[in-house]
Design a protein around this ligand. Structure first.
Ligand SMILES: Cc1ncc(COP(=O)(O)O)c(C=O)c1O
Length: 425
C-alpha cells in the first residue's frame, strides 16, 4: 500500500482517492438493454394487461429468472415489497398471526408483514453473519411464518431455520432482495424456502429501476401468486391476438402488483451480465479480504462456510473495537472523505427504526397494538452490535479494479490507525 498523508481527509488532509479516478457508476446498462427497451416502446404492449401481441417480456423474464434460481416457477412483481406481501398472503394465515422477522434488515421485510395483515415479531441476528440464526427460531413458541433475510452479502442458513420452524408449523420465506445469485451448498438463494422474494429496485445487483419477483417450486402457490399480483387474474393458456392475455380465475382476491413490460425487458437484458458482474465483484472482494487480513481494528463480515457463492449487495466493513466516543457513523464519514464515495452506517435495528411505525396509519391500529405487545422486552444485541460497528459500501465499488481495492484498504488502514492513536474523532 502506498504511503499517504496521515492527516485524515475529514480533517483537511489529502484524501486517499485521487479525484481524477471516478468509481464505477451504477446501474451499468447491459449491451442489449437499449434495444430491448426500444422493442417494447414500439410494440404497443407495454403491460401484461395490454391487448396480446406475442410472448410477453414478463413471461420471458419469469422463465429466465426461474432457470437462474433453479425453481419451477417465477412470478414477477412491481417491487420486492409486493413480492413479500403476496408471498405472505399465499400462506393462507389468519389476521394478526405472528411472523418472525430479523431486526437487521430493510424495513420492507416487516412492513410487508403488516400489509398482509400479520404481526412482525422481531428476532435478533447472529452478529458474526448479520443473519437470522436457527437458534432464534428455536427460542420461539408461536410463530406462523419466518422471513429469513439474506443480509448485505451473507446468506441465512435456511435449511437449519426450516428445520427449527417445522415443529411450529411455520413456513420459511426467503427475503432474497439482496442476494440474487448467492448460493448455499450449491443451491441458489430463493430456492431453499417455501418461496423466495427478490427486489429489482435501483440499488440491487439485478435491477430495472423498480421491480421484484417471487420464485417457488410449488405450482399451486405460483398460481395463487399470479392472482394475488394481477387483480385475481391468471394467464390464459391460449392467448388470442388483440385480446387480454389474462382470465378472471378469482380463486383469491388480488391487487395490482404487476411488473411493466419495460421492466421485464430490461431485466432479461440485465440478467445476461449478472454472473459476469458477480465474478468481478467477488474477485475484488477476495482481494480486499487479503489486504485487510492482518490489519487490526477492521475486518470483513465472516461468512458461513456453507455459503459457496457470494452476491455482494452492501459490503460491510466492521470496525472493532471502537473506543468510547468514536462511532461507526464517524468512521463512515471519514472513509467517505478519503475515498470520495458514499460509505454509510447500517440502518438502525427495526426495534428502533423510525420507518416501522404502523401506529401512524389509523387502519393498522389493531396490528400496531399487537406489534407493541409481541415485541415488548425483546432485545437485539447482535443487530445493535453490527448497527454500531459496521459501515457499508455499495456493491458497485467492487465492479472496478484491483487499485480500487488498494484504495479501500489504504483508507481503512488510515482510519484504524487514527482510531488506535486515541485522538478524538
Ligand atoms: C431485505 C430487503 N427486503 C425487501 C426489500 C424491498 O424491495 P423493494 O424496494 O423493491 O420494494 C429490500 C429493498 O431494499 C430489501 O433490501
Amino acid at each position: 500500500m502506498k504511503a499517504t498523508s496521515t492527516a485524515l481527509a475529514i480533517h483537511g488532509g489529502r484524501p486517499v482517492r485521487d479525484e481524477k479516478r471516478p468509481w464505477p457508476v451504477w446501474p451499468v446498462a447491459a449491451p442489449g438493454a437499449s434495444s430491448a427497451l426500444d422493442a417494447v416502446l414500439s410494440s404497443a404492449s407495454w403491460a401484461i394487461t395490454s391487448p396480446y401481441q406475442s410472448e410477453l417480456q414478463e413471461r420471458r423474464f419469469a422463465r429466465m429468472f426461474a432457470a437462474y434460481v433453479g425453481t419451477e416457477h417465477c412470478v414477477p412483481t412491481d417491487h420486492g415489497s409486493s413480492a413479500l406481501v403476496i408471498t405472505l398472503e399465499s400462506l393462507g394465515l389468519r389476521y394478526g398471526d405472528p411472523v418472525l422477522v430479523p431486526a437487521l434488515t430493510w424495513v420492507a421485510s416487516a412492513t410487508a408483514v403488516l400489509r398482509a395483515g400479520l404481526v412482525p415479531v422481531l428476532a435478533d441476528v447472529d452478529p458474526a453473519t448479520g443473519c437470522l440464526d436457527a437458534s432464534a427460531v428455536v427460542a420461539e413458541s408461536e410463530v406462523s411464518a419466518v422471513i429469513a433475510v439474506h443480509w448485505a452479502c451473507n446468506m441465512a442458513d435456511v435449511p437449519a431455520i426450516a428445520a427449527a420452524a417445522a415443529p411450529l408449523g411455520a413456513a420459511v420465506i426467503e427475503d432474497a432482495a439482496q442476494a440474487h445469485g448467492a448460493r448455499w451448498q450449491g443451491r441458489p438463494a430463493g430456492s431453499l424456502g417455501a418461496a423466495g422474494c427478490f427486489s429489482m429496485q435501483h440499488s440491487k445487483v439485478l435491477t430495472c429501476g423498480e421491480g421484484g419477483a417471487v420464485v417457488t417450486d410449488d405450482a399451486e402457490r405460483a398460481g395463487l401468486l399470479e392472482e394475488l399480483r394481477a387483480d385475481s387474474r391468471r394467464y390464459r393458456n391460449d392467448p388470442v391476438r388483440g385480446e387480454l392475455p389474462l382470465r378472471e380465475s378469482a380463486n383469491t382476491m388480488g391487487a395490482n402488483f404487476c411488473l411493466s413490460e419495460f421492466g421485464a425487458a430490461l431485466l432479461c437484458a440485465q440478467l445476461e451480465v449478472l454472473d459476469e458482474q458477480h465474478a468481478i465483484r467477488n474477485r475484488n472482494y477476495e482481494l480486499l479480504g487479503r489486504l485487510l487480513a492482518d490489519v487490526p481494528g477492521v475486518r470483513l463480515l465472516s461468512r458461513n462456510p456453507s455459503q459457496d457463492k457470494l452476491s455482494l449487495y452492501e459490503v460491510p466493513l466492521i470496525f472493532d473495537p471502537l473506543p468510547h466516543g468514536t462511532t461507526n457513523a464517524w468512521a463512515a464519514s471519514a472513509l467517505t472523505a478519503e475515498l470520495r464515495i458514499r460509505v454509510y452506517p447500517p440502518r438502525p435495528p427495526l426495534s428502533r427504526s423510525r420507518l416501522l411505525a404502523p401506529w401512524l396509519k389509523p387502519t393498522l391500529a389493531p396490528l400496531a397494538e399487537r406489534l407493541a405487545a409481541r415485541n415488548a422486552g425483546r432485545r437485539f444485541p447482535g443487530a445493535e452490535y453490527l448497527a454500531n460497528h459496521a459501515v457499508l459500501l455499495h456493491h458497485s465499488a467492487f465492479l472496478g479494479t484491483e487499485e480500487d481495492m488498494m484504495d479501500l484498504a489504504e483508507a481503512a488502514v488510515k482510519i484504524t490507525r487514527y482510531i488506535a492513536s486515541g485522538r478524538p474523532a
